[in-house]
Design a binder for this molecule. Structure first.
Ligand SMILES: NC(=O)C[C@H](N)C(=O)O
Length: 354
């Protein structure tokens, strides 16, 4: 005798005659338009899980607050979406030499620029990403072009440069992205031969940038951009451009952007792991803490995350010594860099670009 069990609310198991099971409805947002209208938009930023030297603390805080304000203004504009907000916020940090992304990115052992980035939207779970690029100043924007104008998710190196040219992105000389500070950091790492493996520790430098956002329609998005890890081997790709590791977005759950030791993050698929915990009922903050604990216990890796649920619930957590973060909800910007910080200021007056 065969027994069929029908799960309540499961589209897969609903009767065939229901119009709601038609595949064309499956990508729609799970909540009613009325519920969606009540969401207060928010953008949450990180400036990398790292040890931050005292002279850089203020610069990093200014940078993440500026990115939160710019992302939030996009969310407030008439057609601004979560996707537009995370791209705008990450772009600001790619242009800011204090962060390890775009201009100011970390260098490979052979003194080269190799940038990785990812952008993902939660409605159709479309994603675009690049790895090992050196001739674009804003890899997050190239990632968005890949998501919207190609049939692919991830493009690397020269193929990605060609695609950038085809979509009309201006070419940048790799040397133009190198800062004196990135060279100093490389020389420091070279002299101690620490590099990638010591990056497992909680005190290494990982100042990647990332953003997650939810807009008033309940759509979520994430973006992450990095130069990787100082003194990485040429050709090494970290977690940042990998869907599910460097970031993840699903309107049914929320969005996550990660930072930290890429080799560890990839092995536990940190961003997807955290959204999985949220799917099982954890709040964004609980899931952020549990995800990073899992990574620490399971693969001895350290890092940080920013998380937003599709209802605007926020999570910020890191297991490294510091992580600059900021979020803007309404007129208030919350921010911090040390483990228990939650500083606030009025954000309505500061959104000037660099
Ligand atoms: N700065 C970072 O967060 C590093 C990045 N996750 C990577 O391993 O490439």
């Amino acid at each position: 005798m065969s027994v069929s069990v029908r799960l309540r609310n499961s589209p897969i198991n609903s009767p065939k005659s229901s119009p709601c099971t038609s595949p064309r409805f499956l990508h729609k947002h799970p909540r009613s338009p009325a519920a969606r209208r009540s969401i207060m938009p928010v953008v949450v930023i990180h400036g990398g899980a790292a040890v931050v030297s005292p002279d850089k603390v203020q610069l990093k805080l200014e940078g993440v607050k500026r990115a939160a304000n710019i992302g939030y203004e996009v969310l407030q504009s008439s057609n601004g979406t979560a996707l537009d907000a995370v791209e705008a916020a990450v772009k600001v940090m790619e242009d800011d030499p204090v962060f390890n992304a775009g201009f100011g990115a970390s260098l490979t052992l052979t003194e080269k620029i190799e940038l990785d980035a990812l952008i993902m939207e939660g409605t159709r779970m479309k994603a675009g990403a690049v790895a090992g690029v050196s001739k674009v100043a804003n890899p997050v924007t190239l990632s968005r072009h890949i998501m919207e104008k190609s049939e692919h998710v991830l493009m690397i190196g020269d193929g990605a440069h060609k695609f950038a040219d085809e979509v009309g992105m201006p070419a940048t000389k790799p040397e133009a992205l190198v800062t004196e500070y990135a060279c100093e950091r490389l020389n420091y790492f070279k002299s101690f031969m620490t590099a990638v493996n010591s990056g497992m520790g909680k005190s290494s430098d990982h100042d990647t940038v990332g953003a997650v956002a939810v807009d008033s329609a309940g759509h979520v998005a994430c973006a992450t951009s990095t130069g990787g890890i100082t003194a990485k081997q040429e050709g090494r790709v970290g977690d940042s451009p990998c869907v599910g590791s460097g970031g993840f977005a699903d309107d049914f759950i929320g969005a996550v952007s990660t930072t930290g030791h890429g080799e560890a993050i990839m092995r536990v698929c940190l961003a997807r792991h955290i959204t999985g915990l949220m799917q099982q009922g954890m709040k964004a903050q609980e899931a952020a803490v549990a995800g990073l604990e899992y990574m620490k216990n399971r693969v001895q890796g350290y890092g940080g995350v920013v998380v937003v649920s599709n209802k605007g619930d926020i999570g910020v957590h890191f297991t490294t010594e510091c992580m600059a973060w900021a979020y803007r909800k309404g007129s208030v910007v919350h921010y911090g860099i040390q483990p228990d910080d939650d500083l606030t200021e009025d954000g309505s007056s500061d959104s000037s670009p660099l």
